[in-house]
Design a protein around this ligand. Structure first.
Ligand SMILES: *[C@@H]1O[C@H](CO)[C@@H](O)[C@H](O)[C@H]1NC(C)=O
Ligand SMILES: *[C@@H]1O[C@H](CO)[C@@H](O)[C@H](O)[C@H]1NC(C)=O
Ligand SMILES: *[C@@H]1O[C@H](CO)[C@@H](O)[C@H](O)[C@H]1NC(C)=O
Ligand SMILES: *[C@@H]1O[C@H](CO)[C@@H](O)[C@H](O)[C@H]1NC(C)=O
Length: 507
């Protein structure tokens, strides 16, 4: 039933063949107009450590959260245009409370100690002296700068409950790493902590959190207070289920019934599947969105997790991804796998600034020093600057291609990578009712993983009939924007924007 009425008519507009470069295509992928893998919510980043260190730097806010070009170390950098920020509710404080004080792992890294707003257990009222709303100013400042530059989805997340809710008073985890560390009499207090911050942020920061996540990799067994380098806490399934119920109640009690609970930010796709299958119906009914981290890289059953999420009617985010491969190759590989098999509606990088290859900009959050922009920054920008919120994610037709469609602008975005020998990649658009205008330019941007091009742009590629092609060096990631592509949405009784009534569309 695909509409083809206007294809011949459009091809009649083809410009002279002289404007169309010739070339052989070594691989062809056909972009499917049929699949709908969700409406894109955005790309984002978690704040926490890097924003605690660099939260006063407006140039960094421009680089990560705007699409403007910013000068960094003498180089003009395209803004990444991230629209999601995950704000970390801290677990550390240094106040001695009735003779008790936080226990700190000997290996703790100071820049990863995020300060808690709730400093003792005497009073749950946010206006009481048990709360200190002035801490964590830098992370809050970056949150606010992100919003000012267009970020519009915010998540509140926790790595550990505040130290005084923990059995060993250590916010890096239990003494063996694999046991729960939240005191059972504080299950509800952890929920009160997060719900109170969400309410306070709405009333005082102008930030409305779309979602609240109470756990970070809760099934993992490395949250060990004796050796930990960061905040963390194990939660078993039944504890997670209890806290999710408490969190729903506490959010509702504060007028935040539309704030989603996201869960459970497990480390791998396979752990997320296991947790979802073990939380129980009451808890899963209170989960508004499934979050998962991408640390299984090329492994794991992304497809199974997607089936579970879509079967349950839940959206799915890759809420945390990171690695030490500064070349960008791992990131592009795994992001393409996510688009193809996980079908998340958002994708969130871990630390924008970090060392050892983890940062998009190399930097040291402890001595607050910045280094070079990573090649990974440009590789990720090939996606973030073009696949924008509101676009519909399509089936790119191959494991090296992602496609997204902007129905308002009638624009098709294609991002593809070539891991083989240098070759032409051919993009077939015959599945669309209008595959763009033959002869029209297809702007392209290119980054080479490792070294080479850094988001350089070219206007040298043209639609030829129903397809276009481009030369890809090994390790090249390219983005294309094709204008005047029409994707018919069969169920919505659409009209052809050129004015033709597409009656056959209604059959
Ligand atoms: C503080 O410690 C004292 C003495 O141990 C105890 O009597 C009191 O109940 C404690 N207060 C709170 C709020 O825990
Ligand atoms: C989960 O934790 C709770 C409370 O800490 C405990 O009572 C329960 O036995 C644990 N369940 C499992 C399966 O370990
Ligand atoms: C501070 O950061 C710089 C640059 O990353 C690094 O060379 C240096 O060793 C760091 N100094 C300390 C004390 O960590
Ligand atoms: C490509 O064409 C567009 C539209 O005319 C223009 O804005 C852009 O600067 C051009 N890019 C290059 C690299 O020439």
């Amino acid at each position: 039933m695909k509409q083809t009425l206007n294809r011949e008519w459009l091809l009649g507009l083809a410009l002279s063949a002289a404007t169309v470069p010739t070339g052989s295509a070594d691989l062809t992928t056909t972009i499917s107009s049929a699949a709908n893998w969700g409406t894109w919510e955005g790309f984002g980043v978690s704040l926490a450590w890097w924003a605690k260190a660099f939260g006063t730097r407006s140039d960094l806010a421009d680089i990560f959260f705007s699409t403007e070009w910013t000068t960094y170390n003498g180089q003009s950098i395209p803004g990444m245009g991230l629209t999601i920020a995950r704000y970390n509710a801290g677990a550390c404080s240094w106040k001695t409370v009735n003779g008790s004080a936080m226990v700190v792992s000997p290996d703790m890294i100071a820049s990863r100690q995020m300060e808690s707003y709730w400093v003792d257990w005497f009073n749950s009222s946010p206006s009481s002296s048990s709360w200190s709303w002035s801490v964590d100013e830098n992370q809050r400042n970056m949150l606010s700068m992100a919003k000012a530059r267009g970020a519009n989805i915010f998540e509140l997340f926790s790595n550990s409950p505040p130290w005084w809710m923990c059995l060993n008073h250590n916010p890096s985890g239990s003494d063996d790493g694999s046991s729960d560390n939240l005191q059972s009499w504080n299950y509800d207090q952890h929920a009160v902590y997060l719900a109170t911050i969400a309410e306070y942020a709405a009333n005082n920061w102008g930030v409305s959190f779309q979602s609240v996540e109470a756990f970070n990799e809760p099934s993992s067994d490395w949250w060990n207070g004796k050796t930990g380098t960061q905040e963390g806490c194990h939660f078993n399934f039944s504890t997670q289920a209890t806290v999710i119920g408490d969190l729903r109640t506490e959010l509702n009690n504060r007028g935040l019934s539309s704030t989603l609970i996201s869960a459970s930010d497990e480390n791998t796709y396979d752990l997320a599947i296991s947790t979802w299958n073990n939380l129980g119906n009451t808890a899963t009914s209170n989960v508004g969105r499934i979050n998962v981290h991408g640390y299984q890289y090329s492994g794991g059953r992304r497809d199974t997790l997607y089936s579970l999420a879509s079967g349950a009617g839940k959206r799915l985010w890759n809420s945390e991804y990171g690695e030490s491969d500064a070349t960008g190759e791992s990131l592009v590989t795994n992001l393409l796998l996510d688009f193809r098999w996980l079908h998340p509606t958002a994708w969130v990088y871990w630390q924008a600034i970090d060392g050892s290859g983890w940062g998009l900009i190399d930097g040291d959050n402890d001595n607050v020093s910045l280094g070079a922009i990573s090649q990974k920054y440009f590789a990720l920008s090939q996606f973030t600057r073009h696949i924008r919120p509101g676009m519909r994610i399509l089936d790119g037709g191959s494991d090296y291609t992602v496609a997204a469609y902007d129905s308002t602008a009638q624009k098709l975005v294609i991002v593809a990578a070539n891991w083989g020998a240098a070759q032409y990649l051919n993009f077939e658009l015959s599945d669309f009712s209008s595959p763009g205008v033959s002869g029209a330019v297809v702007p392209r941007w290119i980054t080479q993983v490792g070294t080479g091009d850094q988001y350089s742009s070219h206007n040298d590629t043209y639609i030829s009939g129903t397809k276009f092609w481009s030369y890809f060096p090994t390790g090249a990631v390219q983005t294309f924007e094709v204008s005047k592509v029409v994707l018919l949405l069969w169920t919505e009784d659409r009209y052809d924007p050129s004015g033709f009534r597409l009656d056959s569309d209604k059959g």
